[in-house]
Design a binder for this molecule. Structure first.
Ligand SMILES: CC(C)(COP(=O)(O)OP(=O)(O)OC[C@H]1O[C@@H](n2cnc3c(N)ncnc32)[C@H](O)[C@@H]1OP(=O)(O)O)[C@@H](O)C(=O)NCCC(=O)NCCS
Length: 163
């Protein structure tokens, strides 16, 4: 039995430890992290999944970014503890996070990841959206939360600024 809740400040370091376990060493050197430095994740969208013993089984975070002048959500990191991988938890975290994003009024989301995994959630390559280098452009994927929300939105992904 796994329960999902919004991440709180008390979860922060446990989630960081899960990400350290699930990703290659040096994950914070990735260029996508420069979009996150000193900017908090979007409150209410980031989720933690705990088992009945309250042990962390998975987590997802979302950051606000700009693409040109448009607001967008950067999905990730998302990770599931190796002992729970393949049980569908990653999918639940992604779908619940996207549903919360829609409720919160967000219109578009992007990520850097494997198309064979994320295509099942409706993500498609964003050919006109440029993540900070070095990022493989084929791994830049997006989804319109509101129909047509990526139409005409293009350019560099930059750190969040209040419009
Ligand atoms: C990617 C991850 C979040 C998926 O979580 P999960 O709970 O294991 O995934 P689900 O149970 O929802 O889905 C499992 C399916 O996804 C597939 N899958 C998992 N990672 C994949 C990848 N990188 N590419 C393609 N398919 C992948 C599995 O093969 C499985 O396929 P099946 O349904 O045909 O059997 C998890 O494996 C993980 O934490 N990996 C390490 C960290 C990571 O790579 N995070 C994502 C990058 S941002």
């Amino acid at each position: 039995m796994i329960e999902l809740r919004p991440e709180t400040g008390e979860d922060w370091w446990e989630v960081e430890a899960l990400y350290d376990l699930c990703f290659a060493p040096g994950r914070e050197a990735l260029s996508s992290y420069r979009l996150r430095d000193d900017i908090p994740p979007v409150a209410g969208l980031s989720l933690v999944a705990r088992d009945e013993a309250l042990i962390l089984a998975g987590a997802i975070r979302f950051w606000p970014v700009r693409v040109g002048t448009a607001a967008a959500l950067l999905l990730g990191p998302v990770a599931v503890h190796p002992t729970h991988q393949g049980e569908g938890l990653g999918g639940v975290l992604i779908r619940d996070g996207l549903a919360a994003a829609a409720t919160g009024g967000w219109e578009r989301v992007l990520l850097v990841g494997d198309y064979p995994y994320y295509s099942r959630f409706g993500f498609e390559p964003l050919t006109d959206v440029v993540m900070p280098p070095p990022t493989n452009p084929e791994r830049v994927l997006g989804q319109a939360i509101c129909a047509g929300a990526w139409d005409g939105v293009r350019g560099d992904v930059t750190r969040w600024t209040n419009a």
